[in-house]
Ligand binder design. Structure first.
Ligand code: FAD
Ligand code: SIN
Length: 539
């Protein structure tokens, strides 16, 4: 049988080059050879666009207990309290490590400058002005690119995981737990698909905002890791909890530009088009209520008034303060013809963050041997039914730290890796036309936006399930008969992830946190503490 290329084997294969993947790769290089696979240029990731910052306890008036309480309250009865405790308590150490690596966090004479965001009862967001993600990404990439034991393969898209059951038993195995031995990777430059074999594989592929028509996420966020994990038999959990960010710029030429919640932390308010503030009547914390509350209130106002957006207004703060605190946002808005210091800015909610994911613990361990999941692709129990703002960069750092220790344990334990067959193109042909892919991309994302958005109903979910099942059937057929392309690989993944979100939403017979179903508008206590878990049946 043709074998994997020898230069395509490593101890640790990291899928994804955001904060989670790069942090783990950097630590794993201390004990093994690492390949980081990333589907476009290495900086492209959700991390790169993070604005607000990292939530961690540094304030004099703050405490671990307060950060834990805020996280648990936001998570609405679904957080794992032990995970919350561990992640919150390790935050300051992980942030200090990042600063030591060179991230230029904004400081005052008294320590870190701390921002405020929705759901937080204290100022606790450590940030680098309003381009925190870019500063983190740049620093980590600077380290990783220069490391002799790390190879970054850009423009390589992981297609599917290499499983023991498929390598040795043609898809069937009697073993209780399957084992992951790497992944098949599509090289954009050559169109070839090759196996990359590894003792440990790390899913660090981020989120799935592109499942929705409107999102704050960049194009790479197509839920590939979630889809690969599910197809491999790893349970996925709590996918109904999609976080919609309340304030994405409304402009025909702006694709996914976020206006950070930190603006509301510095006093920005929301107004309808006639200038009326509406959040004070909705929640005691007004604009700083948790995100689900703010996004639903905006959605309600827009629908009630038939208006396409609302305004975010910070014109009452001094221009100097606004320019100093938000240089990135001010500059970006200027390019779209807006002056943040002088005029209210049109905004709409957009899909932002997936709180669920591949079930994993804080060490990244999943149900498969040799497969870790960290960062946004994972569901550790930190976020529950709603993520507290700026807790995700924190979670990625903590889980990458422990994931590296777990990877080391496994690398030392595994004596040899199995032989793996080359990817077979037998029976496939080049596509006759690609227009159908475009149509289905749009169809999946539109179904999700129209029927599985901020407000759901039983009927809409049933309709979405039927539409997605039909689309998935067509897409699966194309996947098995046509020569693969990145478009087709990603389309297959968004269709699968969309379907899983719908199935999770239909199973939860209540409204809780980010999941609001108008037919079951209240929390049902019987669901408290219960995750929605989906698992593919083994062949
Ligand atoms: P990502 O940073 O998304 O990285 C995923 C990587 O995987 C990318 O490199 C991608 O190219 C790669 N990849 C994906 N699929 C494949 C594949 N099939 N093959 C190979 N590579 C693949 N959180 C906060 O805590 N604070 C904030 O201030 C904040 N602001 C945000 C602002 C915006 C606009 C957005 C979109 C998100 C924000 N978030 C914030 C959320 C946070 O940025 C993300 O949750 C976090 O960065 C995820 O990190 P990650 O490493 O898990 O994934
Ligand atoms: C923001 O800056 O508003 C995003 C923060 C987050 O998603 O945690």
């Amino acid at each position: 049988m043709p074998r994997a290329r020898p230069d395509r084997a490593c101890d640790v294969l990291v899928l994804g080059s955001g904060i989670a993947g790069l942090s783990l790769a950097w630590k794993a290089a201390a004990f093994g050879n690492v390949i980081v696979l990333t589907k476009k240029e290495d900086s492209e990731s959700n991390t790169q666009y993070a604005q607000g910052g990292i939530a961690a306890v540094f304030g004099r008036d703050d405490s671990f207990d307060a950060h834990e309480r805020d996280t648990l309250r936001c998570g609405a009865g679904l957080c794992d309290a032990a995970v919350v405790r561990q992640v919150v308590r390790e935050g300051p150490q992980r942030v200090a490590e990042l600063e030591a690596l060179g991230v230029p966090f904004t400081r005052t004479d008294h320590g870190f400058a701390l921002g405020r965001e929705g759901g937080h009862t204290r100022r606790r967001i450590v940030h680098a002005a309003d381009f925190t993600g870019r500063a983190i990404e740049r620093t980590l990439l600077g380290r990783v690119r220069r490391h002799a034991r790390i190879r970054v393969l850009e423009n390589h898209l992981a297609v599917d995981l290499l499983l023991e059951s498929r390598i040795r038993h043609g898809g069937r195995t009697a073993a209780r737990r399957d084992t992951c031995w790497g992944a098949y990777a599509y090289d954009r430059a050559t169109g070839r698909i090759d196996p990359i074999v590894a003792k440990v594989t790390v899913l660090a592929t981020g989120g799935c905002g592109k499942v929705y028509l409107y999102t704050t996420n960049p194009d790479v966020a197509t839920g590939d890791g979630l889809a690969m994990g599910y197809r491999a038999g790893a349970p996925v959990a709590n996918l109904e909890f999609v976080q919609f960010h309340p304030t994405c710029l409304f402009h025909p030429e702006a694709k996914s530009f976020l206006l950070s919640e930190a603006l509301r932390g510095e006093g920005a308010v929301l107004r309808t088009l006639d200038g009326t503030r509406f959040m004070p009547g909705v929640h005691p914390s007004a604009e700083l209520a948790p995100r689900d509350v703010v996004a639903r209130a905006i959605d309600r106002e827009m629908k009630r008034r038939g208006e396409p957006y609302v305004f975010l207004d910070i014109t009452h703060r001094t221009p100097a303060l606004v320019r100093k605190r938000f240089p990135n946002i001010v500059a970006a808005l200027r390019r779209f013809g807006f002056d943040l210091t002088r005029e209210p800015i049109p905004v709409v909610p957009a899909a932002h963050y997936m709180c669920g994911g591949v079930r994993a613990d804080v060490r990244g361990r999943t149900a498969l041997n040799g497969l870790l999941a960290i960062g946004e692709v994972a569901c550790t129990g930190l976020h529950g039914a709603n993520r507290l703002a700026s807790n995700s960069l924190l979670e990625a750092l903590v889980c990458a730290h422990h994931g590296a220790a777990e990877a080391e344990r496994r690398v030392r334990e595994v004596a040899r890796v199995p032989r793996v067959a080359a990817w077979s193109r037998k029976g496939t042909r080049p596509p006759l036309e690609t227009g159908l892919f475009d149509h289905n991309w749009d169809a999946v994302r539109r179904v999700m936006w129209d029927l599985v958005g901020i407000v759901r109903t039983d009927q809409r979910l049933a309709f979405a399930a039927r539409r997605l099942a039909l689309l998935s059937e067509e897409i699966e057929n194309a996947y098995h008969t046509l020569r693969l392309s990145p478009d087709l690989i990603e389309l297959r993944n968004i269709a699968l992830v969309g379907g899983l979100i719908v199935e999770s939403a239909r199973r939860r017979g209540e409204s809780r946190g980010l999941h609001y179903n108008a037919d079951h508008p209240r929390i049902d206590r019987r669901w408290t503490g219960r995750s929605t878990v989906l698992r593919r049946r083994r062949e």
